[in-house]
Ligand binder design. Structure first.
Ligand code: FES
Length: 64
């Protein structure tokens, strides 16, 4: 996937799926989280594990 552009897929009424084999995410507190597979970023604002999706969007009835 290294030669392909990064793909971010917005899931209807759900998260933003980051399609990657490897990523470093710098969090708001300055810490770095490493992901070695695709991951989901919360778009609904209700996740208890921000910035990552924890599935709460379903219970929250997120539309977008
Ligand atoms: S998009 Fe899934 S918890 Fe927010």
């Amino acid at each position: 996937m290294a030669d392909s552009p990064l793909r971010i897929e917005l899931i209807p009424n759900g998260p933003a799926m980051v399609q990657t084999d490897s990523a470093e995410i710098k969090l708001a507190d300055g810490s770095i989280v490493t992901k070695d597979k695709p991951f989901a970023l919360c778009r609904c604002g209700q996740s208890a594990n921000k910035p990552f999706c924890d599935g709460t969007h379903t219970k929250a009835g997120f539309e977008g």
